[in-house]
Design a protein around this ligand. Structure first.
Ligand SMILES: [Zn+2]
Length: 367
């Protein structure tokens, strides 16, 4: 922790800011970009009438109407930070967060873990779309306890409290979301609060992380204290990542981490170290290794389907939840007709039929 004294300033001066442009500039995953790669996918769009405002047409709990299965389509990976009392680039007001969940639900989205994407286990009912929701920085605003006569309850005003309350009225909204954790940053960004920050006790930290894993959520590495990995030598980069992985393992022994999120979207000079590396504790001589397929960037649009040959989890783009970003992206995907929509059959990959529009509208055409 001696190093985090310096980091207090660095972390909150920068807190996830500034990296977005760096990460997104070269990303080729934008929606409806008209790139040759997506050309075949947008064929489906022409067959889908009324791409927007499908919400009213559907009964509660059912998929919006007119959703043609397309398991080659794009998947949104949403990125949240604080869930709190105001909206900002790195904060979502609580009521707005609840509205986000409602919007996603009504537009046909259901949460999945990134590991479900990796494993191609997106077993959603026909007509529904997966969405990966990621919470960065392990703040108490995301997951806070309240102590009632020695019993710990999840604070209903924390992000997790709002999530669980939403589930009460939306039972098919599963406990699936990815928490990209810090275990040694300042001001409570240490497994959701320590040393009295927002009333959180240090000895609740591991319990929260374990609760997440036990209840279906996915754990992800976000470095020890949010170090800007581009600034440091290889050994330091690996120490930041490996020591955090070790902390997660201490909270949930044997947990298999499959993803990390780059603080501020900044890659280390040696990019490979984001997903694979090792660190030897100089005191004990013990070596910690890490090796995972997913590296989350901070921006870049929706990711490709795991069935798309260009799917590249080692450079997974995300969508920062700012303003109307979610609704805008849903509209964009619907208009382009290139979002992932399940066919409800895990044994079949629904692909948009190339040229289906042409053959359907030209009866008698030579085959
Ligand atoms: Zn962060």
């Amino acid at each position: 922790m001696y190093r985090s004294v310096l980091v207090v300033v660095v972390f909150f001066a920068a807190a996830c800011k500034g990296g977005a442009n760096a990460a997104s500039a070269a990303n080729s995953n934008s929606v409806a970009s008209g790139t040759p790669v997506t050309a075949h996918i947008s064929d489906t769009g022409a067959a889908v009438p009324g791409p927007t405002s499908t919400t009213q047409a559907s009964a509660p709990g059912s998929a919006p109407a007119n959703r043609v299965p397309n398991e080659m389509g794009r998947i949104m990976v949403l990125e949240y930070h604080l869930i709190t009392d105001h909206n900002a680039d790195y904060a979502r007001e609580r009521g707005q967060f609840r509205k986000d969940l409602e919007l996603l639900y009504n537009r046909g989205y259901r949460p999945v873990n990134m590991s479900d994407v990796l494993d191609k286990k997106l077993n959603l009912p026909r007509g529904l779309s997966p969405v990966v929701i990621v919470f960065d920085d392990a703040s108490p605003e995301q997951f806070r306890y309240i102590e009632n006569n020695g019993k710990l309850d999840i604070d209903p005003t924390s992000g997790m409290g709002i999530w669980l309350d939403f589930r009460k009225t939306h039972p098919d909204w599963n406990n699936k979301a990815v928490f990209c954790l810090l275990s040694g940053a300042a001001a409570g960004h240490n497994f959701f609060g320590d040393r009295g920050v927002q009333g959180q006790k240090s000895n609740w930290r591991f319990r929260k992380v374990k609760w997440l894993a036990d209840n279906g959520f996915e754990l992800c590495d976000h470095t020890l204290w949010h170090a800007q990995l581009n600034k440091y030598p290889d050994a330091f980069v690996q120490e930041q990542i490996a020591r955090n992985a070790l902390a997660i393992d201490s909270a949930v022994p044997g947990y298999k981490i499959r993803s990390m999120a780059l603080p501020q979207g900044l890659w280390p000079k040696n990019r490979a170290l984001a997903s694979k590396g090792s660190w030897t504790n100089p005191k004990t001589g013990k070596t910690v290794t890490y090796d995972w397929p997913v590296v989350f960037e901070v921006a870049g649009g929706p990711m490709r389907s795991p069935y798309d040959p260009a799917f590249n989890p080692g450079k997974t783009p995300r969508i920062q939840v700012i303003g109307n970003a979610i609704e805008n992206m849903i509209n964009k995907l619907e208009q382009a007709g290139n979002m992932y929509i399940s066919d409800g059959d895990p044994s079949v990959i629904a692909r948009p039929a190339v040229g289906s529009t042409a053959t359907a509208t030209t009866p008698g055409a030579k085959r």
